[in-house]
Write a protein that binds this ligand. Structure first.
Ligand code: NDP
Length: 330
């Protein structure tokens, strides 16, 4: 069957300007780190992508190594893109990254120009694209001169293989240096992709200020703490959950009694606000206008639907915010 998107797709989504740039991103973006690999079913991936695009999610985030196995998320995305989404390419912001281990030998990891350029060529092939919208250096490389990694991003932008460039997981001082080098080369850094959730708040210690001063957007990854900030683990660890699956970065041991105590207390506040915990956790991030977008994952259409309702969130009262801080400090 030929996919046709919804004519109402732009009716409810909110679009935020990404730093000082011409680009707006949806308040909720979709990441394909999990659930789109060779170990997953394409029909589920397709249903999630359709639901996302039909709901105004225009931004899809990938990386060379997403799967498992590495590369397979880009391949699955490429298949679905070719079959269903290609007519809408100009309505989509597709990103990918390089920085983690991808292939054997000295040129398949970290931040050399050799790796960054070759990896994007491979990603474009896997996805069947002529260009990506955003290309990221996935992590700071302590051994490669930062100038070289930034020069690679600049080159790729000059070649038109990426329209914008970004960095991910760079600390505030590393970010400052990267932005300076890019500026000297004549390339603006569009965006920083960093882990940010109620349970992981390192960006509040300097990074958000650096980005705000320099007109760079922030997209918050793992905003639901990989599922901890939802009702997923309230009644135990489901067999089909990320914590139960092999080859993930969430372990059963991460679902501790102390965490669950916090999750239950937060869930109570969400209930009083008339929303799910997932919605409250996302709304809590988006209340800061320096956060351009929250980059969620979803293993089902139902989860995505739940998360999309974040857009109808009531404003937080001072009292609610204080109660949340007390729980998070506990
Ligand atoms: P989240 O914190 O949103 O976690 C997503 C997981 O939470 C889902 O797979 C699902 O887990 C569970 N979940 C989501 N919504 C609900 C819901 N409403 N109810 C119950 N459970 C829910 O984000 P991710 O950790 O998946 O990261 C998102 C994206 O961020 C990635 O796809 C990637 O694009 C990016 N990222 C970037 C990194 C970087 O270094 N730059 C690192 C990590 C991520 P379950 O599978 O158990 O159902």
């Amino acid at each position: 069957m030929v996919y046709k998107t919804s004519e109402q797709r732009y009716d409810t989504m909110v679009y935020n300007r990404c730093g000082k740039s011409g680009l707006k991103l949806p308040a909720i973006s979709l990441g394909l780190w999990h659930n789109f690999g060779g170990v997953d079913t394409i029909e589920n991936g397709r249903a999630i992508l359709h639901k996302a695009f039909d709901s105004g999610i225009t931004h899809f985030d990938l990386a060379n190594n997403y799967g498992p196995p590495p590369g397979s998320a880009e391949e699955m995305f490429g298949k679905i893109f070719k079959q269903d989404l290609a007519p809408y390419r100009d309505e989509m912001i597709i990103s990918t990254k390089a920085g983690y281990t991808m292939w054997d030998g000295p040129y398949g990891d970290w931040g050399s120009k050799k790796y960054m350029v070759a990896s994007l060529d491979q990603s474009l092939k896997r996805m069947g694209l002529d260009y990506v919208d955003i290309y990221y250096s996935h992590r700071f490389d302590p051994e490669t001169p930062l100038e070289e990694t930034m020069e690679a991003l600049h080159l790729i932008k000059q070649q038109g293989k990426a329209l914008y460039v970004g960095i991910s997981n760079y600390r505030p001082d590393q970010t400052n240096n990267a932005l300076k080098i890019l500026k000297q080369l004549g390339t603006h850094c569009l965006i920083h992709q960093a882990q940010y959730s109620m349970f992981e708040r390192w960006v509040e210690n300097g990074l958000l200020d650096v980005l705000d001063n320099e007109g760079v957007g922030l997209i918050a990854f793992s905003p639901l703490a990989q599922g901890l900030l939802t009702k997923r683990y309230l009644d135990g660890i489901p067999a089909d959950s990320r914590a139960a699956k092999p080859q993930t970065f969430l372990d059963k041991e991460d679902v501790t009694a102390e965490r669950l105590k916090q999750v239950r207390a937060l869930n109570d506040i969400a209930g009083e606000r008339g929303q799910s915990l997932a919605q409250m956790a996302l709304a809590w991030l988006l209340k800061d206008t320096r956060v351009t977008s929250v980059l969620i994952g979803a293993s089902s259409v139902a989860q995505l639907e739940d998360n999309l309702k974040t857009l109808n969130s009531p404003k937080f009262t001072g009292e609610e915010l204080n109660r949340i801080e007390t729980i998070l400090a506990g």
